[in-house]
Design a protein around this ligand. Structure first.
Ligand SMILES: Nc1nc2c(c(=O)[nH]1)N[C@H]1C(S)=C(S)[C@@H](COP(=O)(O)OP(=O)(O)OC[C@H]3O[C@@H](n4cnc5c(=O)[nH]c(N)nc54)[C@H](O)[C@@H]3O)O[C@H]1N2
Ligand SMILES: Nc1nc2c(c(=O)[nH]1)N[C@H]1C(S)=C(S)[C@@H](COP(=O)(O)OP(=O)(O)OC[C@H]3O[C@@H](n4cnc5c(=O)[nH]c(N)nc54)[C@H](O)[C@@H]3O)O[C@H]1N2
Ligand code: SF4
Ligand SMILES: [Mo]
Length: 921
């Protein structure tokens, strides 16, 4: 197969979001983004986030120049300041007083250099990564089971399986293209069954044949029960076990004791006996079974045990390393896997070497490292604890945002405040972390960066640049290498290109290996610049014996050939570390939405991605909501021992009673008081150090807002101080603000006008300043007429309607019949739909009919209001879909596609379309 690398029309690169690792063709400087039909991860598909990559490439909110102490500095000065502080801290307080906190969003080459500098040259293993919050339980589980952190299978296994068990994975939203591959297989192979193990009904559950909404944290019990059932029903593969495994007698005995029967498991997991029995029967009867998992398994105080409980049942049945079967961890970030290859976790050594003298000497020799760290360093949560206690004197954070994503964010922020010297490398300017930094270093972003990433199936792909470096931004590998030079380690960090770093990484993987370590890409050493540029997607190991890569590991033959054995573990089920109590009676589950990525630094730039889930929300079961007087759409206040957050309630039977779900994305850049990690305890899995991000005891109450409102504005506004709940959402031609407060304004007309006056934030350009009549606008975007196009002029027209007794106010500001702003305030959350109003901002002049209906907030014809976005590709709303399903009698997703195009683009909304069909019928 030959894939183009560059052609006249496009560059082949890899999506920077999830671990599926889809190939992308970027043309016209990013104006054209398509799936790469030849890339073996996606064969041309992209999900909603991948398809919208073009919306995220503008230089809005980019950090473009180095900064020292809040002022712009040259690179030389910034690098010198960083090197001097790190050298002084290590000299005065020992090497363990310095630390790096890095990310699965770095490229392998960046990651390799950062790890080498810290562990090889600064002499500490205090380099940890956000993969600690993500994949570390799987790493620990793999190491216990196989001796190495190696994923056995590949994506094709999911297409060859007859049973797919998804455990703690919202695949439909978080690994959407892989989910589409599964959905496609289900279409052509109706025998395929899907079991979804998740306490809440997600978009993934919608496609499952069996949904097991288990008690949070009870996965080990469920899989122990399965192991015991397989034993009872004589489905164990003793040949495989005897030949290839250790520890199975103890594992089986523990399973028998802790999960003796289906009724015992069902009671412990809070499931129906018949459902547990069905799952066990399907598993027992289906040879070709893949169990895929993600954060519902990893992010738990028993995360590594959950991983081993899953691997146990695959080893016990010999269902591993062969087509269509195996335990399969879905990695989150684009380079979660690459980070593990370079040893980016504090308890890992580069190239899957280990903490023994033989391996460490090999590495010290290869790196010529004078000062190699000889024991593991601090794991993320411990690292920030050490920071709080003053034991860390200099910290460098790259490509992650601990102020948002670590548990107990209030404590993390206090620790950051006390950090004597904090360096932040980021491509974004405004973030919640930025204010704590002493030095900020501008990094290249996707489209500019050059290097490799490794996806969930061990497939290494190239990220190739198609945009020039903006401002003075530099690649992360360059920044780290330069600091190393300033520290006096010049020779070991004299890299001139990512190809040189990749070559060293590949050579290290083969160094002293000889088949002793599965991570071996020595077959990719010596590629040279051209060979590296042309590198095609390939799965490791890549060696002289397997020059085209390796799809699967850990078959019986593979174990035998390498003289290896796997381990089954005896696992005692444990409940989450903190239980619900009278004070905090609900268990908070946290996770992701379809169209946002983590702290939203990129996805919030795309209007179509912002409108799928526009606000921070809390999903509650009616049984929990009703006694608290909480209705769907109302605002709620969540609190825990650690902090509080506000969110909009979604009351749904899909949420398990006793649980509440809140997304992890919203932070101080887009909302006030909506940070989910301010609620989450810093409790971790004792082996992996991974936080329990999915089981924090909380209390929920309704938020007693005196007023609710929303504002749509052509111009970005600052969040008004008087709104305790405030969210900023990007629309296509305007900004949307969702607001609520504890105290109503004394004078609503004045309050709304003050909002426009406080507006700011035009991009600076052009010549003359804006001369807007009543506002202090500094924009230079428009010269004739002398008012910029977002602001009212002297003769701007205000329409309004006020009912002070009822606490209702509605206002609109037009300039020459062009809508600039509208505001709707009321005593409760029942306000007009935002979607039609948003559409009016696309018009240069409002039609007479639009004007008439403006303050009603509703079009004359209901059909003109599409409702909230479901299909991001074609902007098709929920109301449009429901009307079409009802009126046109649409019967399936193909009908919907034919009538409205919805679902025919990236396909990420197909699960929701199916749910709407079911609901409307
Ligand atoms: N749209 C989108 N996609 C993403 C990301 C993103 O930010 N946005 N991030 C990427 C990253 S880094 C990651 S790590 C992945 C994460 O991908 P996923 O792990 O699929 O996503 P989450 O929403 O974090 O959690 C998955 C599910 O675990 C369930 N769960 C909670 N507790 C339990 C439990 O005790 N047992 C079981 N069995 N399930 C439980 C939750 O209800 C949730 O539905 O997504 C990647 N893809
Ligand atoms: N409660 C709760 N908390 C969680 C989770 C959860 O499910 N629940 N999930 C956890 C998981 S799995 C993860 S992976 C983390 C993710 O959490 P984070 O890693 O904190 O989130 P991101 O928004 O991806 O942060 C990436 C930052 O790096 C910057 N960046 C992006 N690319 C580059 C680059 O190439 N170079 C540099 N220097 N900077 C770059 C971005 O601008 C952004 O500021 O959150 C974790 N936290
Ligand atoms: S599934 Fe979507 S987010 Fe993940 S790599 Fe593919 S296009 Fe990117
Ligand atoms: Mo992650």
């Amino acid at each position: 197969m030959t894939t183009l690398i560059h052609s006249q029309t496009h560059v082949c690169t890899t999506c920077p979001y999830c671990g599926v690792g889809c190939g992308v063709l970027a043309g016209d400087g990013g104006a054209s983004i398509q799936g790469d039909p030849q890339h073996p991860s996606n064969f041309g598909r992209l999900c909603s986030k991948g398809s919208a990559l073009g919306d995220t490439l503008a230089l809005e909110n980019r950090l473009l120049y180095p900064e020292v102490a809040g002022r712009r500095a040259g690179w030389d000065e910034a690098l010198e300041v960083v090197a001097a502080h790190f050298a002084a801290a290590a000299h005065d307080h020992g090497p363990d007083a310095v630390a790096f906190y890095v990310s699965g969003q770095l490229l392998t080459e960046d990651y390799y250099v950062a790890n080498k500098l810290m562990k090889g040259y600064l002499g500490s293993a205090n380099i940890d990564t956000n993969s600690r919050l993500c994949m570390s339980s799987t790493v620990a589980g793999h190491k216990r089971a196989f001796g190495f952190d190696t994923v056995p299978g590949c994506y094709e296994d999911l297409e060859q399986a007859d049973l797919i068990v998804l455990a703690g994975s919202n695949t439909a939203w978080c690994h959407p293209v892989l989910f589409q591959r599964i959905a496609q297989r289900k279409k052509t192979h109706p025998k395929l069954r899907i079991v979804n193990i998740d306490p809440r009904a997600t978009a993934t559950a919608e496609s499952a044949d069996l949904q097991l909404a288990l008690q949070p944290g009870s996965d080990v019990l469920l899989f122990n029960g399965l192991l015991n059932y397989l034993r009872q029903h004589d489905r164990l593969d003793f040949r495989f076990l005897e030949q290839c495994a250790e520890g199975y007698a103890d594992a089986l005995e523990m399973a028998r004791q802790t999960a003796p029967s289906i009724p015992a498991v069902a009671a412990g997991c809070g499931l129906a006996e018949s459902d547990v029995a069905t799952f066990y029967r399907w598993f027992a009867d289906t040879e070709k079974t893949v169990t895929a998992w993600s954060q519902g398994v990893n992010q738990s105080s028993s995360g590594s045990d959950k991983v081993n409980a899953i691997i146990n049942v695959h080893l016990a049945t010999g269902r591993i390393g062969k087509p269509g079967m195996g335990p399969f961890s879905l990695t989150g970030q684009p380079n979660a896997m690459g980070g593990r290859e370079v040893g980016g976790l504090a308890n890992q050594v580069a190239a899957h070497l280990d903490w023994n003298d033989r391996d460490l000497n090999l590495l010290a020799d290869f790196w010529q490292a004078p000062n190699l760290a000889r024991r593991p360093g601090l794991k993320a949560v411990e690292l920030f604890q050490a920071l709080k206690e003053g034991r860390i004197k200099a910290l460098w954070v790259m490509a992650t945002n601990p102020a948002v994503s670590l548990p107990d964010s209030n404590a993390v922020r206090r620790a950051l405040e006390n950090c004597p010297f904090l360096v932040v490398s980021d491509c974004c300017d405004a973030t919640d972390l930025a204010p704590y930094a002493h030095v900020r270093l501008p990094a290249l972003a996707w489209g500019e960066k050059n290097g490799t990433v490794t996806n969930s199936e061990r497939r290494i792909s190239r990220q190739r640049p198609f945009l020039p470096a903006p401002g003075e931004a530099q690649p992360d590998w360059w920044i780290v290498s330069q600091v190393a030079q300033h520290l006096g380690f010049g020779d070991a960090f004299a890299y001139r290109s990512p190809a040189e770093i990749f070559d060293e990484h590949a050579r290290l993987s083969g160094h002293g290996n000889g088949g002793s370590r599965p991570f071996d890409i020595s077959g990719l050493a010596g590629l040279g610049e051209d060979g590296y540029d042309a590198l095609q997607p390939v799965q490791w190991p890549v060696t002289a014996q397997a020059p085209n890569g390796t799809a699967r590991l850990w078959s019986a033959e593979d174990f035998a050939a390498h003289g290896r054995r796997a381990n089954l573990l005896a696992l005692a089920p444990k409940p989450p570390a903190e239980a619900a109590s009278a004070e905090y009676p609900l268990i908070l589950n946290t996770g992701r939405v379809r169209d946002h990525w983590h702290t939203m630094s990129r996805t919030a730039l795309s209007p179509r991605l912002c409108r799928h889930q526009g606000e921070p929300y809390a999903e509650l079961n009616p049984a929990d909501a009703e006694p608290l007087g909480i209705t769907d759409g109302a605002l709620v206040r969540l609190s825990s021992r650690h902090g509080m957050a506000l969110a909009r309630a979604k009351v749904t039977g899909g949420q398990r009673p006793g649980s509440v779900f809140m997304p992890m994305h919203w932070n101080g850049q887009h909302a006030r008081q909506a940070l989910v990690n301010s609620l989450v305890s810093p409790v971790v899995d004792p082996l992996s150090g991974e936080p329990e991000s999915k089981a924090a005891p909380v209390a929920v109450q309704s938020f007693p807002a005196a007023w609710h409102g929303f504002v749509l504005s052509r111009q970005p506004l600052s969040l008004p101080e008087s709104a305790q709940y405030a969210v900023q959402i990007r629309g296509a031609d305007c900004w949307l603000y969702e607001l609520a407060g504890l105290e109503a304004a004394a004078d609503w007309p004045a309050w709304v006008r003050a909002l426009t006056e406080a507006a700011g934030g035009h991009p600076p350009s052009a010549s003359a300043p804006c001369e807007a009549a009543n506002v202090g606008c500094a924009s230079r975007t428009k010269t004739t007429p002398t008012v910029c196009d977002a602001h009212p002029t002297m003769d701007a027209e205000w329409l309004d309607f006020h009912d002070p007794r009822a606490g209702r106010y509605r206002a609109a500001c037009l300039d020459d019949n062009r809508l600039l702003l509208c505001a709707f305030i009321g005593p409760d959350h029942r306000l007009p739909s935002r979607d039609w109003l948003e559409s009016l901002f696309a018009k240069e002049t409002l039609a007479a009919e639009d004007r008439t209906n403006l303050l009603a907030g509703r079009p004359r014809r209901a059909e003109d209001d599409g409702g909230p976005t479901v299909c991001a590709c074609f902007g098709v709303g929920r109301d449009t879909l429901k009307r079409a399903i009802a009126v046109q009698g649409l019967d399936n997703t193909d009908d919907i596609g034919a009538a409205l195009k919805a679902g025919t683009g990236c396909g990420s909304c197909l699960p929701e379309l199916r749910a709407l069909l079911a609901e409307t019928r």
